[in-house]
Design a protein around this ligand. Structure first.
Ligand code: CP
Length: 332
């Protein structure tokens, strides 16, 4: 694996068969979960630079733990709080607020670090800019070292890999159903703020590429996602219909894609409760966190027996460790 920006970066490690490549990566992650230090010298004398243009709890700490398990050194830089304001536009006349061009900063970062990991959220103001992934693409272009996305403008691949790991791990625990194609539902949920589409886009991209689920996406009419990520899924605006017989329900808010970055409605009826969960096949519930309790997801679900959410957050370590290990092996 040369970089980790989207699901398609896993293909390089498995002769072009994406389903096999995802399953292999999931198995590697679960092997690390059962034996975290099995490759504890693989990353010796290698340095990971983690750049945050936006806040994080899980992504930051789980990736640091993963790197430590592989014997790597990690340096974290909160670019948004401690760095110069970066310019990303080619040919920009830098007479405004930006102080340093990515063309100048990225090669220097590439000389300090063996791998760069970057979190850069979308503006939610200009869809064309956000969906061109300008910021992370400029890092890739100018850094000269492998780049890992810690969540970019449109995708969150470490989260999505974790989500597949968590579903697969749960299926393996229920040996009787492991051969049945699970029904996986991604449901929109209410929120008070305009949130990126990254987690939903990325989950859809990974589940579609994985190809081992009967995949349904449900959202209010105005919340359609970009078809490049959802193609292959069944899409319905009827949440109850979507939830029927579901085995896994992924709950997430996102803002509008078409009239970009807006909150059109916050109908609390879309929040998953025990009553709506009763429509499912006793489904397990996932959410990437952080979550607004009793807005996006109810206490009774979050604290109830069907939640896989804490396990899912814990699995972030093993996803990051499998990705780092694959990139290090490609570098060697
Ligand atoms: N799920 C997730 O990416 O969490 P953080 O924003 O805390 O990293």
């Amino acid at each position: 694996m040369k970089q980790f920006i989207s699901v398609y970066d896993v293909i390089t490690s498995n002769n072009g068969n994406i389903n096999n490549a995802i399953n292999q990566l999931v198995n590697e992650a679960l092997t690390y979960k059962s034996n975290p230090l099995k490759d504890n010298t693989l990353g010796n004398h290698l340095r990971l630079g983690m750049l945050f243009l936006n806040p994080s709890l899980r992504t930051r700490l789980s990736t640091q733990v993963a790197a430590a398990n592989l014997g790597m050194e990690t340096i974290v830089f909160n670019v948004d709080k401690e760095g110069w304001a970066l310019e990303f536009e080619e040919g920009a006349i830098m007479s405004g607020n930006t102080v340093e061009h990515i063309k100048d900063a990225a090669p220097i970062l590439g000389s300090y670090f063996d791998i760069l990991a970057i979190r850069t959220f979308p503006s939610l103001k200009n869809r064309a800019d956000d969906y061109s992934e300008l910021y992370i693409q400029q890092f890739i272009k100018y850094a000269g070292v492998p780049v890992i996305s810690l969540e970019s403008a449109t995708l969150h691949p470490l989260q999505s890999l974790t989500d597949i790991i968590t579903i697969q791990e749960n299926r393996l625990h229920k040996a009787a159903t492991v051969h049945k194609k699970p029904k996986v539902v991604l449901t929109w949920a209410p929120h008070v703020k305009a949130l990126p589409q990254c987690v939903a886009n990325s989950f859809a991209q990974w589940v579609n590429a994985w190809g081992e689920a009967d995949f349904v996406i449900t959202h209010p009419e105005d919340y359609a996602l970009d078809e490049q990520f959802t193609k292959g899924a069944t899409i319905t605006h009827n949440q109850a219909e979507a939830l029927k017989d579901a085995d896994y329900v992924y709950v997430k808010n996102w803002s509008t894609y078409n009239d970009y970055g807006k909150v059109y409605e916050n109908d609390p009826a879309w929040m998953l409760t025990n009553e709506t969960l009763a429509l499912t096949n006793n489904a397990k519930v996932l959410h990437c966190l952080p979550v607004r309790r009793n807005v996006e997801l109810s206490d009774e679900i979050l604290d109830g027996p069907n939640s896989l959410i804490t396990t899912e957050a814990g699995n972030r370590v093993w996803a990051a460790q499998a990705v780092l290990a694959n990139i290090i092996k490609t570098m060697k």
